[in-house]
Design a protein around this ligand. Structure first.
Ligand code: PLP
Length: 354
């Protein structure tokens, strides 16, 4: 039986994407060769890379606006340091909204001064700080748009005169934003775009080349741009599957269409959390993530029953992260409204038992 996959990452991908991807592993486009045994310099793969890069810009509405899309190695974690390597000359601002921004801050401190413009550490990152002051003249301001672990999401981005950098790993392509207000966006593929192994970086070229330090080639965005994201052998399979997922998204109407579905899914789940006396939401209501919903049982004695009901219904990946506990339902783009419906049915059955 196919499971309802609420995994936080690596995460669910569309069935049709998995099918096409598995076919291409055996025979890529009828070439008699596997996608993963051909040269990345072959015409066929160069076309995959170029299509993937332009689809990313197209979906974000950033074509012809001075941005480049790259598919790099090392995960979002590598971008924590690459961003600083390429952009941090003296001081940068970071909004600390949880584990991932914390890790980004740690790396940036190796390169220059970091000003934490705001933090929600005082309440274990239950909320997104607001009304914080952003000093002017920063090398850049860094935010994490969606906090995968704590289940919070930035709804309104600050205005700043500095370049705006955003880790969008867990909500890329899930909601409409004016993406042109960002100067650099990065996202590990495995949350909402493809398998683990590649990272999307969308960068406005004019912000590069301003730091005085020497940058090793593999860390240098300019080196990757000049080689069309093929400075070294790219992660051919993750890039290809990301392309298929983006095509799937484009065919259904792009970000506006998926946002509607994502809203329905999260509304359904959060209304159950709010109405039910046996469940408590973790994140502050105003800052709740549409992608990762965090919640707890009000009575831990119900855990065994609830867990076995989840298992029986084929629900996978609902355990909360160890730093929050409880449950976390990740509702990425490829998760259907039906799957959320199955979860909500079980939660309301739990309410009757509880
Ligand atoms: C998962 C995640 C990361 C880390 O991604 P890796 O690709 O494993 O390095 C960083 N930021 C956010 C918001 C994440 O959800």
């Amino acid at each position: 039986m196919k499971k309802h996959n609420f995994s936080a990452g690596p995460c669910i991908l569309p069935q049709e994407v998995l099918l096409k991807a598995s076919e291409s592993v055996m025979d890529f486009n009828g070439s008699g060769l596997s996608l993963i045994e051909i040269s990345h310099r072959s015409k066929d793969f160069v076309e995959v890379m170029e299509t993937t890069r332009s689809l990313a810009l197209e979906l974000l509405g950033l074509e012809g606006k001075g941005y480049t899309a790259l598919f790099l190695h090392g995960g979002a974690s590598m971008e924590f340091l690459m961003v600083a390597y390429n952009l941090l000359e003296t001081k940068a601002g970071y909004l600390n909204t949880g584990t991932w921004s914390d890790k980004a801050i740690k790396e940036a401190k190796l390169f220059g001064e970091v000003i934490e413009v705001g933090s929600s550490k005082d309440e274990n990152f239950k909320y997104i700080p607001k009304g914080y002051n952003v000093p002017s003249g920063l090398d850049y301001l860094h935010l994490t748009s969606n906090n995968t672990i704590f289940g919070t999401q930035v709804k309104k981005f600050p205005t700043t005169d500095s370049p705006l950098v955003c880790d969008m790993s867990s909500d890329i392509f899930s909601r409409q934003l004016d993406f042109s207000t960002f100067d650099l966006i990065y996202a590990g593929a495995q949350k909402n775009m493809g398998p683990a192994g590649t990272t999307l970086v969308v960068v406005k070229e004019e912000i590069l080349g301003k730091v005085s330090r020497q940058i090793p080639s593999m860390m240098d965005y300019k080196a990757h741009i000049s080689k069309d994201s093929m400075f070294n052998t790219p992660a051919v399979f993750p890039v290809y599957v990301s392309m298929l997922t983006m095509q799937w998204l484009k065919d259904m109407g792009g970000i506006p269409a998926i946002e509607e579905i994502n809203k329905k899914k999260s509304r359904l789940l959060y209304s159950e959390i709010d109405l039910s006396p046996v469940f408590d939401g973790y994140a502050n209501k105003a800052d709740r993530s549409h992608m990762n919903a965090t919640f707890n049982l009000t009575d831990d004695k119900l855990k065994e029953t609830f867990d076995s009901m989840l298992k029986e219904a084929g629900i996978n990946g609902l355990n909360g992260h160890r730093s929050v506990g409880g449950y976390r339902a990740s509702m990425y783009n490829a998760l259907s409204l039906e799957s959320v419906g199955v979860l909500v049915d079980i939660m309301s059955e739990m309410e009757r038992k509880g």
